[in-house]
Design a protein around this ligand. Structure first.
Ligand code: FES
Ligand SMILES: [Fe+2]
Length: 377
């Protein structure tokens, strides 16, 4: 019964309509917890998910932990220089082995009963375990998960059959390469808890600047809005705009520079925003149907003490734009629950990115439910 209802919700979106005819995904996609569950099983368990930065796992023993589709994950650099991902779940009684967000260790030591794992995941020792029969230590290492890096970022993929990261990223790799983001240095993180479905935040990002003149007056003053371009390819959308000099808003003018602004979105939940000597990433993590957490990492070409104040000002400009988006995203979530709303149409000039997002999502969810239905038969 419930499966049928989910299927009905999925079928209510037509993913074959061209942009000129297309609607957004319907409101239940944003509010029904069963869609959220299906997203965890398909979208977030089948795509490469960013879990950290390469500078966090440079040296042997350095690690980052994360939660992907509700699964505890740890990625650690081995003594052999290899980066490996594991489920951060002790093989004894399922405690999290690594409890810090990031750090460095010589051995992975479970805090519960003291089992030890090597940096390669192998089980090294179990206190007071003499006399246990038919227990194969070789078979009780941490369970591995695919991990890889691209530019400044560490990714994992829970699907053992997933295509390699570079293949998943597709054309994005070539488009980002000339921007030289790997020369930038991490500076700071800001994290936001927002009362909206994670897809509302992504939609807001992908509206091709549609909301910028209305909602972000400061940002709007440095972008040549009429020349704003939107390109879809593979699983990414690039929104880009020529920059114009402006003294309308001094803080924005001083911290958002260069010839062009580059806004990359990679399906499903990663954004990379670049200006000259500047990058921020936005990682959108679902919490439940009504809530998400968005993590912003800020990077700059120069993170010396002399530049500190300028960089802080730049982060503050980003935070202001974010505050402007936050209120509107929460209003949208309330509106999506209204009996007055079903789905909306898309601007052909502006909203091609959202159209790509909704079709990729529909393909994953519709494919996913077929698999679960088949498995239940
Ligand atoms: S759960 Fe890890 S040692 Fe018992
Ligand atoms: Fe915005």
């Amino acid at each position: 019964m419930s499966q049928n209802q989910v299927q009905k919700i999925l079928e209510s979106y037509n993913d074959r309509a061209p942009l000129t005819e297309a609607s957004t995904i319907p409101a239940p996609w944003y509010v029904d917890p069963r869609i959220g569950e299906l997203e965890n099983q398909t979208v977030f368990s089948g795509t490469w998910q960013m879990v950290g930065r390469t500078d966090q796992v440079e040296k042997p023993g350095q690690f980052v932990t994360a939660s992907v589709a509700g699964e505890p994950i740890v990625v650690v650099r081995g003594n052999d220089g290899m980066l490996r991902g594991f489920y951060n779940v002790c093989r004894h009684h399922a405690a999290a082995v690594v409890i810090e967000a990031c750090g460095q260790a010589t051995i992975l030591h479970c805090p519960y009963h003291g089992w030890n794992y090597g940096l390669d995941g192998s089980l090294k020792g179990m206190p007071e375990f003499d006399g246990v029969k038919n227990f194969d230590r070789q078979q009780n290492g941490l369970v591995p998960v695919k991990a890889d890096v691209w530019e400044k970022f560490v990714f994992v993929n829970l699907d053992p059959r997933a295509a390699p990261l570079q293949q998943f990223l597709g054309g994005l790799v070539k488009r980002v390469a000339p921007l030289g983001v790997s020369k930038l240095h991490y500076f700071d993180t800001r994290s936001y808890d927002i009362h909206c479905n994670w897809k509302v935040f992504v939609d807001n990002y992908l509206d091709g600047g549609y909301h910028v003149p209305h909602l972000h007056k400061g940002l709007s003053s440095v972008l040549d809005y009429k020349e704003y371009t939107i390109e879809n390819e593979d699983r990414y959308c690039l929104q880009s705009s020529p920059m114009v000099a402006s003294d309308e808003d001094a803080a924005t003018g001083a911290t958002r520079k260069g010839d062009r602004a580059w806004y990359f979105w990679q399906y499903p939940n990663l954004m990379i925003n670049c200006y000259e000597g500047y990058m921020d990433t936005n990682l959108v993590l679902p919490v439940d149907a009504d809530r998400c957490r968005v993590i912003f990492d800020f990077y700059f070409a120069d993170v010396s003490e002399a530049q500190r104040e300028h960089n802080q000002q730049s982060v503050a400009v980003g935070a202001r734009v974010q505050d402007e988006d936050l209120g509107i995203c929460e209003a949208v979530q309330r509106g999506l629950k209204s009996r007055a709303y079903g789905a909306g149409r898309l601007s052909v000039r502006r909203e091609a990115g959202e159209h790509l997002f909704h079709r990729l999502l529909a393909a994953d969810l519709k494919g996913g439910i077929e698999t679960t239905v088949a498995a239940a038969d």
